[in-house]
Design a protein around this ligand. Structure first.
Ligand code: 13P
Length: 244
């Protein structure tokens, strides 16, 4: 049985499609089952790793928006299949899927509903482009994204994890200032005040050993979503050590 994740200093490792199966296995084997970590490996590796490491928590990187059930849906990953392999979380609406794979407010909202119907906890990515920030409309853009996704749905009592990932901070080594992240945290919590008790917020985008401690200690932030740095055993260890 995997440890029950708490939403305090939560660490989500998005391995994207960086790793070979051998590297994914050795990295998984190095993770302490008592840590507060959710690993999101490549979709191809997910079932294998979830079976091989039953003491770890795993997330899918995406979920079907066509169906939540078994059936004739070639290439899809329905929530029922995540339930079947014991995976309790999924990322939805990642910026890489929004910009390259046609994810949008409608598909993300549908995926959120399908997660709810099967008890999968969603990790919903939101964030602004660099142009939005330069034009100083980033807070409105974020509020609009949240409104489109959460309006009229999700009135159940399930956990929701929101990942604030500014598009321009993903993979660039450039982060918003702490005050800028705090401003977004306040906006998100205010916009989603109707789900306040079950809402958890993490930051993603160029998280490293240098900035992780500061990030997890920001007021109102419950953890971090780490991409590239979580795929290197030494860098990942340094981040975990920094967070403490
Ligand atoms: P990096 O940490 O590589 O910037 O990626 C962030 C991310 O996209 C996590 O989902």
């Amino acid at each position: 049985m995997a440890r029950k994740i708490t939403m305090e200093k939560l660490i989500i490792a998005n391995w994207k499609t960086y790793l070979s199966i051998d590297k994914a296995i050795s990295l998984s084997a190095s993770i302490d089952p008592n840590s507060n970590i959710i690993i999101s490996p490549s979709m191809i590796h997910l079932a294998f790793l979830a079976e091989k490491f039953p003491n770890l928590n795993f997330a899918a990187q995406d979920i079907s928006y066509i169906t939540d059930n078994f059936g004739a849906y070639t290439g899809e990953t329905p929530a029922a299949i995540l339930n079947d392999i014991g995976v309790k979380y999924t990322i939805i609406g990642h910026s890489e899927r929004r910009s390259n794979m046609l994810d949008n407010a409608i598909t993300v909202k549908t995926k959120l509903n399908l997660c709810a119907s099967k008890g999968i906890t969603p990790i919903v990515c939101i964030g602004e482009s660099i142009k939005d920030r330069e034009q100083k409309i980033h807070l409105d853009v974020i509020a609009q994204q949240l409104h489109e996704i959460f309006h009229n749905i999700y009135d159940s009592d399930k956990d929701i994890i929101i990942a604030y990932e500014p598009f321009w901070a993903v993979g660039t080594g450039v982060l918003p200032l702490s005050s800028e992240i705090e401003e977004v945290i306040t906006k998100v919590r205010k916009t989603l005040n109707f789900v306040d008790n079950r809402l958890f917020l993490v930051y993603g985008g160029s998280v490293s050993a240098e900035n992780a401690y500061n990030l997890v200690n920001l007021d109102g932030l419950d953890g971090v979503l780490i991409g590239k740095a979580s795929t290197d055993i030494e860098q990942f260890r340094s981040i975990l050590k920094a967070i403490g």
